[in-house]
Design a protein around this ligand. Structure first.
Ligand code: MRU
Length: 341
């Protein structure tokens, strides 16, 4: 991803391995500060996933892959390291997919860092293909709404929901992005807007409650990411996604979900079986350190919601655009070992 630094810009990934350390952009500080943290063991990586230094399903997966590489280099019991990393956040399926991938690679005797680098490179390549396929859906002068951050920060590089947007922009199409702010952690306002600013892509931040207002009159399509997609196409994504999907259905606005096949959990038949992470009420009732809610009030803070497949126009994946009914075909191909999905 491009990051402006004064008059010049640098290329960066959300997470990578360098000089024996896992390095990651501290996403809690963006856009006020651009700070890179170094981690030397899998416990630090696990804590970084838990406290959202690194977040977004594919980036969480890549961070966990690097965490497993550190565990292998440090001579730690791999089963214990895998359990520590798996226990950090419950909803993003890429986390479990990546840990399983690394356990298999390490059992085969692969070099730990090469295996994790290979995993991260594969994530980025999948995002590139998602961009290529998804850009074909976007016409000149279109306005696109997105929610949360499914950009490069969330996926090592490029993004899932932001991949078609970047690709359409780089192909010269004039587009405009409506960035839903995404209470309570504001990943839309802080992270997605920052990525779009760095690319020079025109955009505006809108409060979450304004989605219906803009979908009714301005927006041509919605593209969001996903944290876990069940076998029937029901999916979990950042809280506030379901509302947009229902609004799109009512207003006949196409609603797309961009995600790599590593986000599909074929072991779960439907969305009601997806575990939804509950986070601290402090994220809701405080802004910074200041408590804004009355002392006697409590808050509920589900981090994700579940959107039924019937609201999805299509899944933009690295193997093309899939209708919900086509997911089963991909599953059968995957388990028949046809192609590395
Ligand atoms: O809680 P977060 O910030 O990890 O949630 C991120 C999202 O919900 C993203 O939309 C999702 O992980 C897709 S990232 C490409």
């Amino acid at each position: 991803m491009r990051v402006k630094k004064g008059k010049r810009s640098i290329e960066a990934r959300a997470v990578w391995f360098e000089n024996g350390m896992v390095r990651m952009i501290d996403q809690r500080l963006i856009p006020q500060r651009f700070k890179v943290l170094d981690m030397g063991d899998h416990f630090q990586v696990a804590e970084a996933i838990r406290n959202m230094t690194v977040r977004g399903a594919p980036s969480i997966g890549a961070a966990a892959a690097y965490g497993m590489a550190l565990a292998a280099r440090n001579g730690v019991d791999l089963g214990e390291a895998a359990n520590t990393l798996r226990g950090t956040r419950p909803t993003a399926y890429d986390l479990f997919y990546a840990v399983d991938h690394m356990v298999n690679s390490l059992e085969l005797g692969d070099d730990p860092v090469k295996a994790a680098d290979g995993y991260a490179d594969q994530v980025v390549e999948r995002c590139r293909l998602i961009g290529k396929h998804g850009a074909e859906l976007i016409e000149d002068e279109q306005k696109i709404m997105t929610h949360c951050n499914a950009g490069a920060l969330a996926t090592v590089d490029i993004g899932t929901a932001l991949a078609p947007i970047r690709a359409a922009w780089n192909e010269g199409r004039h587009i405009y992005v409506y960035v839903s702010e995404t209470r309570p952690r504001l990943q839309g306002m802080r992270l997605t807007a920052w990525e779009l600013y760095n690319e020079g892509i025109p955009h505006s931040i809108v409060v979450d409650g304004a989605a219906g207002h803009f979908l009714r009159k301005d927006v041509n399509m919605v593209i969001v990411g996903a944290d876990r997609i069940a076998a029937n196409g029901d999916f979990a994504n950042k809280i506030g996604t379901f509302d947009k999907a229902v609004l799109c259905n009512e207003l006949a606005v196409p609603f797309y979900v961009a995600a790599p096949i590593s986000t599909f959990d074929f072991s779960i038949p439907g969305g009601n079986d997806i575990v939804i992470e509950d986070r601290s009420e402090d994220e809701v009732i405080r802004v910074g350190r200041e408590r804004l809610a009355p002392k006697g009030s409590t808050a509920l803070n589900p981090s994700f919601d579940m959107t039924p497949a019937k609201y999805v126009t299509g899944f933009i994946t690295e193997v093309g655009i899939l209708r919900p009914a086509e997911i089963d075909r991909v599953r059968r191909e995957k388990f028949a070992g046809e192609g590395d999905l």
